[in-house]
Design a binder for this molecule. Structure first.
Ligand code: NAP
Length: 333
């Protein structure tokens, strides 16, 4: 940290997630200071349109020029919550090269460039945290990282897109069409105005790519991961499954056997005994099979302002207060 008095943070993006991170940092000041030993201060925010009204303190520097963020004196961390691979990749590469720690929520960026960014961060000796890129508020990256220290993860089956899960749930419960369920999801703010990433499965695909890279340590090529969305599903299909006491779920799968790795996003018909059968609405769930631990289920809010902001601020705390690094071995005399 450059300045003993406070940890200085720049937020890239001040939409749903970025504004959530700002509010959590502001409202949990005492708790954060206690955890990391210093105040955490948001000193600057990068946005696309500087003319928009924003709810933030007048001391925060707001700009649409990333070079002005890089030029700030004593900056410590960049917290990124903008959308898409570029310009985010260029921004984070420059931030890392300048010795800044990075926390990101940007799954599309991380699916395509996470491998390169992690190598860059390692070379520069800075931290790069990405918990919020998969399953929003469910801390699956941290849990898997810990499990992998001793276990081999053999399989993951996961509901990673709250919007598609919500639509499938509503189609079954209310006997409505996919289009009507999608309109409801949009009205409730669960689906974007352009829902392609959710409906065609790309959002889940990005998350499966990130998890596959985490498990294998190898870069994943998007072209080698089959991806199906929910756009072909009808209420008839759902009712047929229901008659057999089964449900159709939109599931990302990773299977690892020795050097062989299989990843895909597809529609899976699950029976009542399957752990994903009862995961409904906007929830995400990740079912992990480890060779020693057996089966674990992680379930919770896969998106949303505060769940996502919560894991990002936890990432920020981990940079300065990593529990693992604070455990010292006792040397016998
Ligand atoms: N929403 C969730 O629940 C959630 C959960 C997990 C991960 N994520 C990820 O988090 C990221 C942000 O999501 P969000 O829902 O917060 O999006 P959002 O509400 O659309 O906000 C995006 C923010 O980024 C800014 N921005 C966009 N392009 C920019 C550019 N080229 N330069 C500078 N600023 C730019 C926008 O500026 P203006 O305000 O000026 O338009 C806005 O403040 C995405 O990558 C998303 O995949 C979201």
């Amino acid at each position: 940290m450059s300045d003993e008095s406070s940890i200085k943070v720049a937020l890239l993006g001040f939409g749903t997630v970025g504004s959530g991170v700002y509010e959590v940092i502001e409202s949990r000041q005492n708790q954060l200071r206690h955890l990391v030993g210093h105040p955490i201060e948001v000193v600057a925010v990068l946005v696309d349109d500087i003319s928009k009204e924003r709810k933030m303190g007048s001391h925060v520097f707001v700009t649409d020029d990333f070079q002005e963020i890089l030029a700030l004196p004593d900056l410590d961390v960049v917290v990124e919550a903008i959308v898409g691979v570029e310009p985010a990749y260029t921004y984070l590469s420059h931030a890392i090269d300048q010795g800044l720690h990075v926390v990101t929520a940007n799954k599309e960026l991380f699916a395509h460039k996470g491998f390169e960014l992690q190598k860059r961060a390692k070379d520069q000796g800075v931290e790069l945290k990405f918990e919020a890129t998969v399953a929003g508020g469910v801390p699956i990256i941290g849990a898997l990282t810990k499990l992998l220290q001793v276990n081999q993860v053999l399989k993951i089956e996961a509901i990673l897109n709250g919007t598609s899960n919500y639509i499938l749930t509503k189609m079954r419960e209310e006997q409505i069409s996919l289009e009507k369920a999608l309109t409801e999801a949009q009205a409730l703010g669960y689906a974007e105005a352009n829902p392609t990433n959710d409906i065609e499965g790309y959002d889940a695909l990005y998350k499966i790519m990130i998890l596959t890279e985490l498990l294998t340590g190898r870069k994943v090529n998007q072209n080698y991961v089959r991806c199906a969305g929910i756009s072909t599903i009808s209420t008839d299909d759902i009712n047929q499954a229901n008659l057999r006491h089964e449900r159709i779920k939109h599931v990302g799968v990773i299977e690892i056997s020795g050097e062989k790795v299989f990843s895909e996003v597809s529609l899976l018909t699950v029976s009542e005994s399957h752990k994903l059968y009862s995961v409904e609405g906007v929830d995400n769930a990740v079912l992990v099979t480890g060779d020693l631990i057996g089966e674990l289920v992680f379930q919770g809010p896969g998106a949303g302002k505060y769940p996502t902001a919560s894991v990002m601020v936890e990432d920020l705390v981990d940079i300065y207060n990593p529990v693992s690094k604070s455990i010292k071995l006792v040397t016998k005399k």
